[in-house]
Each structure stands twice: as structure tokens, then as C-alpha cells.
Design a protein around this ligand. Structure first.
Ligand code: R5P
Length: 303
């Protein structure tokens, strides 16, 4: 097996390779002064099962282009199969037409991934479960919810005064799953309004009882506004301690400052998206998804 990494999440690729007792396959990603990339695989991969590790958070377009070229280079060099480990899938939020005249960006990305020759995708916590069905290739869709449930148990937050909260109604399936993992822990949901044109977020109402400790669960944190607005509303409803669990730390713009200065106590994320040192903040805790990926790759290899 050969593991090739793009530039977006080298720490995760290195962890995966180390757990498999492999080194990353050398590749060159040369960046021209105008930003174009030239990609070369610098090891023989003929008839090999190859794995490309690339997350496609910011800079999303650049990360995608790099990924397309890596897969193309591997296929041209004779790779037998290319499994793509894309723990965070960029453009997943635009998986259908919300307003007349919009593009379905996710569909365009899927067509391109399949056209360049990706044979299988391994990913985590897609924004909507139906996204898997848009692919023609096999998709292994993992969730970080078991990791979060483990952490919650370890910290003994699965006690009587804790309530799970989804900061928007779209997360209901997620919250039901983690509630089951935690022995039917009670949950509440927030009615969120987001203005698609301006990005303005409003946490309008809470459905359900809120306990002293809230464990808020979401798929991603981008601007951080969903979490911060939800936390403020939950405090008004009696929440004293607010822990956040979100798989993908996209952390755009001022999100790190916003979260650090908010009433939220701790923010747990995973390494599906690399969080560079300058974006890390005191309240942030990062769990790794590497073991899950390795388990799947080993199962693939023995199949
Ligand atoms: C929305 O439907 C998602 O589940 C997240 O709540 C959202 O993408 C988070 O975005 P932001 O951090 O920008 O509010």
C-alpha cells in the first residue's frame, strides 16, 4: 500500500502512515508564481493500492485541484486502485438547489472525483446522509460521534444534569445517534435561522428541556456563529456549563477568537481538518480519527 498526502492535512496523513508502519510516498507539489500546481509522484506505484489523504477545507478550491492532480498522477503512473481519504468533504453543504438558479456544487465535485479515477472514498460526518448516494463509487462514511461519546463518558458528563443539544434542526439524526450511544441521554434542538444572502445567524428558540450542563453537537464549525448564538440562547434557558463537540474544525475568519471569547467552556473537534497552530485556542481540544481510517484501510487491503 502507498500513502500519498496532499498539503491540506499532512499531520493526519503522517499519523495514518505511522500506524501502518509506512512512510509517505514522496511526491512533488510545485507551486508556480501564479498559484498553479504541478504534481509528480516520485516512487513506482505500478499495480499498487494507493491511498490519497486530502481534506478539502480552506483553501477549498486549491485543495481540490491538488487532489485531482494527485489522483491523475497516480492513475497515469499505473496505480491499481486509488482510495481517497477525504475526512472533510468541501462543498458538501451545497448538495441541492436551495434557491432557484443555484449550482449543485457537491454534484460537480463528485463527477470530477469519479472522472479522475477515485475508486473509493473514506470520509467523516457528511452534512447530510443522502450525499453518499450521489456517488457511484463506494463510500465509507464514518462518524466521530462514537469518539465524542467516549470522551463524554471519560469525563463523566453522561450524568443526570447533562442534555445533548443540536444547534439546528438539521442535526436531529446526529443527536439521536449520540443520545443512543450515551444510554438515551435527553436532548433538545434549537430552531436556527440563517439568512442565505448575508450569512446572518439567529438562534430563535429551544425545543426541549435544557439541563445545567449542555453538550452541543454539530458536524462542523465554520464561522462559529451557530455555536455562539446557540450558547447564548441556552444560557438564557438555564445552561451553566456548555461543552461543544463538532467533527470538522473548518474555523473560518474570526471563529477561533469568537469561540475563545464566548461563554462556551470547551470545544472538542477532530483532526479531519488540520488546525494550524495560529488557529488553535485555549478552549480547543482535538481528537484523532486516524485509528478509524487505518482500521478501514487494513480491512480494504485484506478484502
Ligand atoms: C449547518 O447546517 C451546519 O450543521 C453547521 O451548524 C454550520 O455549518 C456551522 O456554520 P457556522 O460555524 O458558520 O455557523
Amino acid at each position: 500500500m502507498k500513502i500519498v498526502s496532499g498539503n491540506s492535512n499532512l499531520p493526519l496523513a503522517e499519523k495514518i502512515a505511522k500506524k501502518l508502519n509506512l512512510s509517505l510516498t514522496p511526491r512533488e507539489i510545485f507551486i508556480f508564481p501564479d498559484g498553479e500546481r504541478r504534481v509528480q509522484i516520485q516512487e513506482r506505484v505500478v499495480d499498487e493500492d494507493c491511498v490519497v489523504v486530502q481534506s478539502t477545507a480552506t483553501p477549498t478550491d486549491t485543495n481540490y485541484m491538488e487532489l485531482f492532480f494527485l489522483v491523475d498522477a497516480l492513475k497515469r503512473s499505473g496505480a491499481r486502485r486509488v482510495t481517497l481519504v477525504m475526512p472533510y468533504v468541501g462543498y458538501q453543504r451545497q448538495d441541492h438547489v436551495f434557491r432557484e438558479g443555484e449550482a449543485v456544487s457537491m454534484q460537480v465535485i463528485i463527477k470530477t472525483l469519479e472522472a479522475v479515477g477515485v475508486d473509493k472514498l473514506i470520509c467523516f460526518d457528511l452534512h447530510a446522509y443522502r450525499i453518499q448516494e450521489l456517488f457511484s463509487i463506494p463510500v465509507k462514511h464514518f462518524s466521530a460521534l462514537p469518539l465524542f461519546a467516549e470522551e463524554i463518558k471519560k469525563r463523566e458528563w453522561d450524568s443526570l444534569d447533562s442534555v445533548l443539544v443540536s444547534p439546528d434542526m438539521g442535526g436531529i439524526r446526529r443527536i439521536e445517534i449520540i443520545s443512543r450511544l450515551l444510554g438515551e441521554m435527553p436532548y433538545a434542538t434549537i430552531l436556527k435561522n440563517r439568512d442565505l444572502a448575508t450569512g446572518f445567524v439567529e438562534a430563535a428558540a429551544v425545543n426541549g428541556e435544557v439541563g445545567r450542563r449542555v453538550l452541543m453537537v454539530d458536524d462542523m464549525i465554520s464561522s462559529g456563529k451557530t455555536i455562539v448564538k446557540a450558547a447564548e440562547l441556552l444560557r438564557k434557558h438555564g445552561a451553566q456549563e456548555i461543552e461543544v463537540f463538532a467533527t470538522h474544525a473548518v474555523l473560518s475568519d474570526e471563529a477561533p477568537e469568537l469561540l475563545q471569547n464566548s461563554i462556551v467552556d470547551r470545544v472538542y473537534v477532530t483532526d479531519t481538518v488540520d488546525v494550524p497552530e495560529e488557529k488553535q485556542f485555549e478552549k480547543l481540544h482535538i481528537l484523532t480519527v486516524a485509528d478509524k481510517v487505518v482500521e478501514e484501510l487494513l480491512e480494504n487491503a485484506s478484502a
